[in-house]
Design a protein around this ligand. Sequence first.
Ligand code: HEC
Length: 131
Amino acid sequence: MKLITAFLILFSNLSLAQITTQETYRRGQMIYNEFCVRCHRPDGGGIKGIFPPLAKADYLKNIKETIRSIAFGLKGPIVVNGVNYDNSMAPMGLDDQEVADVTNYILNSWGNQHDEEITIKDVQMLNSDKP
Ligand code: HEC
């Protein structure tokens, strides 16, 4: 049992290390600091009731909605971690690769962890949903 636990911890740390050392994560960090940080804040905590958090945000469990909101913007009532938001985020004009990069960054920062890398294909698949 101890061995299994140790293995699981090692494995999860390895997969985290992989994404956070990849180019996509580093590019995503630069995009975050340029485009997102003023609202979602350096710690990803947002501003309660105005700008929703990204750190430990339950919203991010829905990967498709997360990518869609970054690519096309988001408007209207949502609930993030039990707090209501009814604001709007304009689309930022990022290209598909940039959307993938910043998604990888937010999914693996501030204690967030998502083992699978988001690729440009995941973003392109949603382009037909464009409003
Ligand atoms: C001008 C302020 C602003 C900027 C800049 C901004 N956002 Fe947002 N973001 C918001 C607001 C406001 C909402 C909630 C919109 C609503 O109420 O429907 C939101 C919602 C979100 C959500 C879904 C809700 C959540 O908290 O999980 C994600 C994901 C997100 N933003 C990511 C980003 C990323 C990534 C960037 C940079 C590429 C970015 N945002 C830039 C204001 C901003």
